[in-house]
Design a protein. Structure first.
Length: 339
């Protein structure tokens, strides 16, 4: 986290752990606002990689699951970086910044992914740099977020930049701002007068309820993109050229179907589920029936989560957290249909 920005947030009563804002003094009120009202969050749980140079587009096109050519400065997109077996190394949120590309991903993965991408540069005219501390990312969520965003950049569509502030619309209830740390305090003051300041777990909860996963260190190389519904939410383009793992991803799309899928669920209890935690069912005996991908505290208590589960077990068995006698998962409807 940019140090000047961190110091400002601390003056706003931010409780910061591991460079992320956990809350602003009242977690319960923040969780209520994320469900029933509108919130503004610092998104320092994410970092940014800048990919620049005259070969940047063709370089990324050859490595990622989505069609980078569709990024024209008016929209952002999801994509994935996979290994040769089609397993996800990272989920990415990407947009154009002038002639460069900004890749948003969990901050903990920025350096490993930067090194991974650098392996492929060879003679390409491409530079990959970690620019995480050069920007502040803010998330606006809830029914009133759209109206507040309109007051900032009234001519914006899917994405717009004005006076150094980039506004990216994610869905009907979420948008994101990218700006410099110098401009961020004044904008935060303006936003927090109209929206409830909330910790990063609240933003994570909104993404979970939207059915949008984030790959972390604990879940790297665990899933082919279709297992986390990436083809449903627009993270894969099946008409583009080759990239690492493309053959596996395409074969699953055209010749088969995944045996595991990501579902939305709730679990009661006081112990927070963690990404990478195993799930069990009676049908699978001692073998795990699935894995937690993301989890966050729910406003009514307990935790909402995204979990990749064997489809057969999801359809016919009780799925339990961490052990055969662990707390049961209550599955909920995703906001989009599965194939």
């Amino acid at each position: 986290m940019n140090q000047n920005w961190q110091h400002f947030l601390q003056t706003q009563n931010a409780h910061i752990e591991n460079n992320c804002v956990q809350h602003f003094g009242n977690s319960a009120a923040e969780r209520t606002a994320m469900r029933d009202g509108s919130i503004v969050c610092d998104l320092s749980q994410f970092g940014l990689l800048r990919v620049s140079g005259e070969d940047a587009q063709t370089f990324l096109q050859s490595l990622l699951s989505n069609d980078i050519g569709e990024l024209n400065g008016q929209r952002a997109q999801l994509s994935s970086l996979n290994d040769a077996k089609g397993r996800m190394l990272a989920s990415l949120f990407i947009w154009r910044d002038a002639g460069d590309y900004l890749l948003q991903l969990p901050r903990e993965l920025c350096e490993p992914v930067r090194k991974r991408l650098s392996m492929y540069v060879l003679r390409a005219k491409v530079k990959i740099s970690d620019t995480s501390d050069e920007f502040v990312l803010l998330g606006l969520g809830g029914a009133g977020a759209e109206a507040v965003a309109q007051t900032l950049l009234p001519d914006s569509g899917g994405m717009h930049s004005n006076s150094g502030i980039s506004l990216i619309r994610i869905d009907a209830n979420r948008c994101q701002l990218c700006l410099s740390p110098i401009e961020a305090p004044a904008l935060w003051t303006q936003l927090s007068a109209r929206l409830q300041p909330a910790g990063s777990p609240c933003w994570d909860w909104l993404a979970i309820r939207a059915g949008i996963t984030v790959i972390t260190t604990a879940t790297q190389l665990q899933f082919v993109p279709q297992m986390v519904n990436f083809e449903v939410i627009g993270g894969i383009n099946f008409k583009k050229g080759c990239y690492p793992g493309q053959e596996i991803v395409a074969r699953m799309h055209y010749l088969g179907k995944p045996k595991r899928r990501m579902f939305l669920a709730h679990v009661d209890g006081d112990t927070p589920p963690q990404p990478g935690d195993s799930l069990y069912s009676a049908e699978m005996d001692a073998q795990a029936a699935g894995m937690i991908v993301n989890a966050a505290a729910a406003p009514e208590g307990g935790y909402d989560l995204l979990a990749v589960v064997h489809i057969a077990s999801h359809d016919s068995q009780t799925i339990r957290l961490s052990a055969q006698d662990g707390p049961p998962l209550a599955f909920r409807d995703l906001p989009y249909p599965l194939p």
